[in-house]
Design a protein. Structure first.
Length: 221
């Protein structure tokens, strides 16, 4: 059970298959394909964005456009790539002309994200922007007020940060918004490091030191 809602699928793949043909809301009419997730579902780290855009809808993967490139750069800055995290969105279909998702679309799509969290069980969930943060924390918060803090929900640590598109809109990597996201990524790295169990000390047998007197040595050695 996740967030009070029983997830009906037995596996993540069952949920993906159902989502791939979903017609539960109006967004099904305009989409090219459902955008499920990218990255490694075995990972402890999940990023949740808002909704697929033009490129994501065409390629069927989240964050493959300009915002995705920035996300990849941010991951690299903490020594990760997509194989070290899983990336998805609050809603799985592109809204027309990239408009904001409507409340009923988010509610209708929510079992899919809940299933992703239920089966992947990330330890750290990073919410990118207002929509993901409000969904995960179930409150009408402002991302600029809560970014860089750690919350607990869905059995995970939730770290809200600005959506990479916010940095792009204000000038990209040189912008103050980018600097804020970068500092939040340092927090993400630190939190992940806390969750990595300390290595089990291995007891290496100390070899016995045998000192031979020169007189005992084979003279032909
Ligand atoms: N913005 C998002 O929120 N998600 C994507 O997949 C791409 C851009």
């Amino acid at each position: 059970m996740v967030g009070g809602l029983v997830v009906v699928w037995k596996t993540l793949d069952e949920a993906r298959i159902e989502a791939s043909g979903c017609t539960r809301c109006r967004l099904a009419e305009g989409r090219t394909q459902v955008v499920w997730l990218d990255g490694n579902p075995e990972s402890d780290l999940m990023f949740v964005g808002e909704a697929p855009g033009f490129n994501e809808d065409k390629l069927g993967k989240p964050f493959v456009g300009a915002a995705g490139k920035l996300l990849d750069q941010l991951l690299e800055s903490i020594g990760l790539d997509r194989s070290g995290c899983v990336i998805c969105n609050v809603i799985k279909c592109r809204p027309p002309a990239n408009r904001n998702p409507e409340a009923d679309e988010i509610a209708t799509c929510s079992p899919y994200l809940r299933a992703q969290i239920e089966f992947i069980k990330p330890k750290v969930i990073v919410t990118l922007g207002n929509f993901a943060t409000r969904f995960m924390l179930d409150r009408q918060l402002s991302i600029t007020r809560v970014r860089g803090q750690i919350f607990k929900a869905f059995g995970a640590k939730i770290i809200p940060t600005l959506h990479p598109a916010a940095a792009l809109h204000s000038g990209g990597v040189g912008s103050p918004q980018f600097a804020l996201i970068r500092s939040d990524f340092d927090l993400i790295k630190a939190e992940l490091a806390k969750d990595i169990p300390a290595p089990i000390p291995v007891r290496v047998p100390v070899p016995e030191v045998i000192t031979e007197s020169p007189l005992q040595q084979d003279p032909l050695f």
